[in-house]
Structures are given as structure tokens and as C-alpha cells.
Design a protein around this ligand. Structure first.
Ligand code: GUN
Ligand code: ZN
Length: 434
């Protein structure tokens, strides 16, 4: 005690497991008049308002009724230096990288530019309800330092890393096997476990790393097994063919990462669309995590992610925006497009499973479900406040909604940053209270 407390009142939805549908009541907790008591960046009590309010004493009470309180959204794959690449016309992956993305990322050698973009990046993601993200920075350590410094200033649980890339990229956007190792090591020492920050060793993808660099990335993971490893896998047919030509001895694309010791429960593999049976076996055996990036996969014409097929093998998939090939910062819009990608394959995404995915599900993918992704007492106070009547279209449709699942589906299909009434990061409101 002694710390100021905040009491958030509103409807509460939080998950204890992955629900398949509304009948799966043991997987979620829904409270009509709920409250969260927050102190020192943590939720210290969570439940019925009538039970929590007497514990609140001097707490500042913020009444969010009739809005819905959920854990802050988690975005498990995006690119910090691509905020000015979003919506670049016409190309598929490899041309899009060469024509738009690589030139833009060269600008992040500049510390002032990186710092300016970091401010805007965090303003944007929190306005969209995202409180934790896993990002690739540019090859320059300046970009990673700006990314983590701004996260620290906001006390956000952010994961990321400087991209490692030492070939097939323009001048000004390559490191070397040695400098990529040294800079990554220094960034891990400076940021990993500092405050809420966690580091991800980030070889961009097999095409832009020499074998020597992937070996260095494997050494970093062996030396820092509690860091994450993030990269890209089997997003595009031309990318896969190019990878096979660069690594002719590998059994397949995933085999490249496997050879260098990069797989395991801390490994996040963006896209993972065009997989061979052996690759799926290896994903399952190693506990590695594919990450579904629906807006990006549709935008670049990459393909349809087989969520049900991978889940059926016990693989735990993340879901993410993939800004800047992704076209929205919103995890709600990501679910909207994800729903459609699954529809095209005859697969179902129930709204309760969808909202579990962008909260506790992505936290499980990161092994952070005891810290973030729920509204349980003892966890970090990252909270999003959702307004399913934020627009005329939503209000009209809500007039015919009769259940929590319908409300969630309306948020998922029609919602975006306008549906985010407030975002709390470590208990701090991110928007001025109207
Ligand atoms: N593969 C390698 N780099 C990238 C990137 O920046 N975006 C996407 N979508 N795929 C990649
Ligand atoms: Zn990506």
C-alpha cells in the first residue's frame, strides 16, 4: 500500500483456456458488473464489482460501463521500420521488399528518425488496443535502441530485435556475420530483461543471411536461451525457390533454420503458408510457433494459412498484423481478415476463440500467459476497453445483437481503433479521458 490504486469498473471478459464456442464456459470468465483493482502496474484484484469495491479504499474509480474490459491485445509479428511502407502498391513479396521496404529501412540508420518513428509507432499501436508486440527493427542498432527506449519510457512489455541480414540487400542495409552477432549481443545485454523488455534474435529470413550468419544466430540462441528467435518461413513461392537455391543441401525451407539450431518453443515463424509434410512434423516436434498474418498474406497475394491443419498437429499458432505488408494496425481487423482466410478453406473461427487468440492465445505462444493476456489478479495491468457501438454501423448492428458472442463478432468484423475506448499500459491510461 501507499501506492495509488485505480479501480476500473465495466463488463469483464478474460480467458483461462482456448474456448471453441460459447458453450465452453470453463474456458472464459464473463462478468456483467466487474472490476479490476490496479496498483503499481499490476492487477491486484479482479472480479465482481460488489466484491472488489470494498477493497478499493482510496482508489480512483473509472467507470467504463457499458464497455467491455479485456486484456490488452498482443501482436506477435510486425516491422517497426515499415510504418511508412504500409499501403505500397502492386508487388508480391520479393519485389515489394526490394522496391519499397529495403529503401525505407535504410533511413533507420539515423537516430533522430528512429526516435521520431518510435514515438509514432507506439502512439499507433496503443490507439489500436495493442499493449505488447514482437517487432523486427532495421539492421541498424540505432533502430532497436529507439524501439526499446520508447517502450521503456511507456513501461510497455515489448519484444523485438535488430534484424540480422548480410546478403541480398542493398548497401546501407547489411551487417556481417560478426557485426550482426556483436550488435545483437550488445543489445541483449542492454535491453533483455530490463524493465518489461525482452529480446528476439532476428535473422530476417534465409535469403538475406549467409550460412555464417545463421550459425551466429544459433550461437546467440544457445548463449541466451531465454531470448526469442523470430524470422520468416514459406510465405511466397518465389521466396521458397530462391531459398532452396541458396541452401541446396537443406531438406526444405524450415530445414535451414533447423540446421542452425534456431527452432524451439521460443521460435516465431512469420507466415508459414506453403509447408511440406516434413516441415509440419518438425514444427510439431520442436514446439516452434507459426504466426498467421492474414492482412499481409492477402495484400501480397502470398496464400492461405492452414490454421486447422497445423492446430490438428498440436502446433500453437500466433496471429499478427505484419505491418507494413499487413494493412492494419488493428488486431480486430486482423481477426476480420483471418476469419475470411479460414472461411475460404472451410475452417471456422468462433469469436470467443478469436478474442482468446489475440489476448491469452498470443501470450501462450510467447510463454507469457502468467504476465500478460488475461485479467487475472497478479498479472500486469495491460487492459483494453472495447466499445461495440463506436460507429453508426456498429450501433445499428448492435441493436439486433443478443449475446456476448454476437457483440464480439461485431467488434471483430466492424471494429478498429474507433472501437478502442481506452488502453491501459501498466495501469496508465494512454488516451486523455474525455
Ligand atoms: N520476409 C522477409 N522480410 C520480410 C518483411 O519485411 N515482410 C514480409 N511480409 N515478409 C518478409
Ligand atoms: Zn514480417
Amino acid at each position: 500500500t501507499g501506492q495509488t490504486q485505480t479501480l476500473l469498473r465495466g463488463r469483464i471478459l478474460t480467458f483461462t483456456a482456448e474456448p471453441q464456442d460459447e458453450a465452453d464456459t470453463s474456458a472464459y470468465r464473463y462478468i456483467e458488473d466487474g472490476a479490476l483493482l490496479i496498483e503499481d502496474g499490476r492487477i491486484i484484484a479482479s472480479g465482481d464489482y460488489t466484491q472488489i469495491a470494498p477493497q478499493a479504499g482510496q482508489a480512483q474509480v473509472i467507470d467504463h460501463r457499458p464497455n467491455l474490459l479485456m486484456a490488452g491485445f498482443i501482436d506477435t509479428h510486425l516491422h517497426f521500420p515499415q510504418v511508412q511502407v504500409v499501403a505500397s502498391w502492386g508487388d508480391q513479396l520479393l519485389d515489394w521488399l526490394n522496391n519499397y521496404t529495403f529503401p525505407e529501412e535504410t533511413r533507420f540508420v539515423d537516430a533522430a528518425h528512429s526516435a521520431d518513428m518510435a514515438t509514432r509507432f507506439y502512439d499507433l499501436i496503443t490507439a489500436h488496443g495493442t499493449t505488447t508486440a514482437v517487432a523486427f527493427c532495421s539492421v541498424h542498432d540505432t533502430s532497436a535502441n529507439a524501439y526499446f527506449a520508447e517502450a521503456a519510457r511507456r513501461d510497455m512489455r515489448m519484444i523485438g530485435g535488430k534484424v540480422m541480414m548480410d546478403r541480398n540487400a542493398p548497401d546501407g542495409l547489411r551487417d556481417t556475420a560478426q557485426s550482426g552477432y556483436d550488435q545483437t549481443k550488445a543489445l541483449i545485454d542492454r535491453w533483455h530483461g530490463q524493465g518489461r523488455a525482452l529480446y528476439a534474435v532476428s535473422p530476417r529470413f534465409a535469403i538475406t543471411s549467409t550460412p555464417a550468419q545463421l550459425e551466429a544466430a544459433g550461437a546467440l540462441m544457445a548463449e541466451h536461451p531465454d531470448c526469442y528467435m523470430q524470422t520468416h518461413l514459406s510465405e511466397n513461392r518465389d521466396e521458397i525457390a530462391f531459398t532452396k537455391s541458396l541452401y541446396p543441401d537443406a531438406p526444405d525451407y524450415l530445414g535451414v533454420y533447423e540446421t542452425y539450431g534456431l527452432l524451439g518453443p521460443r521460435a516465431l515463424l512469420g507466415h508459414a503458408i506453403h509447408l511440406e509434410p516434413r516441415e509440419i512434423d518438425v514444427l510439431a516436434q520442436t514446439g516452434s510457433h507459426p504466426v498467421f498474418c492474414p492482412t499481409s498474406n492477402l495484400f501480397l497475394g502470398s496464400g492461405l494459412f492452414d490454421d486447422a491443419g497445423l492446430r490438428g498437429r498440436g502446433i500453437v499458432n500466433g496471429i499478427a498484423t505484419d505491418i507494413g505488408a499487413g494493412t492494419s494496425y488493428s488486431m480486430l481487423q486482423t481477426l476480420n481478415e483471418g476469419y475470411k482466410v479460414l472461411q475460404l478453406q472451410g475452417q471456422k473461427l468462433h469469436p470467443l476463440r478469436a478474442f482468446h487468440w489475440i489476448t491469452r492465445g498470443n501470450a501462450v505462444t510467447l510463454g507469457l500467459q502468467d504476465q500478460i493476456g488475461t485479467l487475472d489478479a497478479g498479472t500486469e495491468a495491460d487492459v483494453v476497453v472495447l466499445d461495440a457501438r463506436a460507429t453508426d454501423a456498429m450501433r445499428l448492428r448492435m441493436g439486433r445483437a443478443e449475446s456476448l458472442s454476437e457483440e464480439l463478432f461485431i467488434l471483430q468484423m466492424l471494429g478498429d481503433d474507433r472501437a478502442i475506448a481506452q488502453t491501459y499500459v501498466a495501469g496508465q491510461a494512454q488516451k486523455a479521458i474525455a
